[in-house]
Design a binder for this molecule. Structure first.
Ligand code: PEP
Ligand code: MN
Length: 371
């Protein structure tokens, strides 16, 4: 890294620059006749830079006029400090990234423990490796069902205990991070919270991996900036989730940005999954949209599944039934093979083989206007 120092740098300012350099593991050498350029070289044995925070630490000092060359300091979403090509995120037997894909399935919200258990067993036997269900629900209206809160977390813990299926559940409030993390194997940040930087900073300090959903009005760069908050806090395990952005048409609830999935698959080492349920907003399109996300390069799916959608308080119209879910898992297995990826399920044989039949035709009834 090269800094331009003020020609009038005061001795105290220079000492401050030297102190920051030493603290961050750099040797500082002043170059040029006037010594107004400072070269910072990493001291042998010092830890690799943890992202551009190092650059910012110098940029903020009063004797520093300009950063002339940032060296190889890059955002953490761009490249892993250890140089590995992909981040593989593991959560309770599920694996995302590095050639592995997994499926998260379950109801939109936790509403009833017996029903949650039934759904968990059903999706597990059909190939899901994590159970989803919100205990804290971000609803557009404050008068809509807000979720069961801590009681819902308790139900999730009970169902994890009974089925061995890991849990994905959303945290809305930084004050609930500890309680949610206690119930979750993968902590979800919803689309509405993607830019809640206080929450993201808290999650940077967590041990559990984070599932970060893209805000429906967020650019890809804002999405990656949100991921950077978690990574910069020291939590390396982030799964990105494209769930559709707001379009001008209301035929689907959102517009699945398959271009963003394809872009992210190459632009970042982080795994990227897709949520076709919130993109579609209607059950009859979930399977087709889920297929599209996988083809674009997604490392897995998160899908809302419910055997009796008419009974639920939240997102029943987009919940697919168990048979449809089974068909989507078979699609996913076949589509992963096309891309040299492997769908991870919990019930596979020791050699990794699965007994499920292969991809079945996509029903096109809705295309004929009959659904
Ligand atoms: C959800 O997963 O139930 C949810 C609220 O999704 P999103 O944050 O993508 O709207
Ligand atoms: Mn939902």
């Amino acid at each position: 890294m090269l800094l331009r120092l003020s020609r009038q740098i005061a001795p105290a300012e220079l000492r401050a620059v030297e102190a920051v350099a030493e603290e961050l593991g750099y040797a500082l050498t002043r170059l040029g006749e006037r010594g107004d350029v400072a070269e910072l070289a990493r001291l042998p044995g010092s830890r690799p830079p943890a992202g551009p925070a190092h650059v910012a630490a110098f940029a903020d000092l009063s004797g520093v006029v300009e950063i002339l060359d940032r060296g190889d300091v890059r955002e953490l979403w761009r490249a892993r400090p250890d140089g590995a090509a992909s981040t593989v995120v593991e959560a309770a037997g599920a694996r995302f990234g590095g050639g592995s894909a997994s499926i998260i399935a379950g109801p939109c919200a936790v509403e009833d423990e017996a029903r949650l258990l039934e759904v968990a067993q059903a999706v597990r036997s059909r190939g899901a490796s994590l159970l989803r269900g919100g205990a804290f629900k971000p609803r557009t209206s404050p008068y809509s069902f807000q979720g069961l809160g801590r009681e819902g977390l308790e139900m999730l813990r009970n169902v994890r205990e009974a089925t061995g299926l890991g849990i994905v559940t959303e945290v809305l409030d930084p004050r609930d991070v500890e309680a949610v993390a206690d119930a979750a194997d993968l902590v979800q940040v919803g689309a509405r919270s993607m830019a809640n930087y206080a929450l993201l900073k808290e999650l940077g300090e967590l041990r559990q991996p984070v599932l970060l959903k893209r805000g429906f009005g967020a650019t890809v760069s804002e999405f990656l900036g949100a991921a950077e908050y978690v990574l910069a806090g020291g939590n390396e395990s982030v799964v990105l989730c494209e769930r559709g952005v707001r379009g001008f048409d209301r035929v689907t609830r959102n517009l699945l940005d398959v271009g963003a999935i394809a872009h992210l698959a190459g632009a970042t080492h982080l795994p990227v999954i897709t949520d076709p349920s919130h993109a579609a907003g209607r059950a009859d399109l979930v399977r087709a949209i889920g297929r599209a996300g996988l083809i674009a390069g997604a490392d897995g799916l998160m899908v809302e599944v419910h055997p009796a959608p008419a009974e639920v308080h939240s997102d029943g119209q987009q919940a697919i039934g168990l048979d449809e879910f089974g068909a989507l898992v078979r699609d996913a297995e076949a589509l992963c093979v096309l891309d040299d990826r492997r769908l991870v399920t919990l019930d596979e044989t020791p050699d990794g083989a699965s007994s499920r039949p292969s991809m079945s035709p996509l029903p096109t009834a809705h295309l004929r206007g009959t659904a």
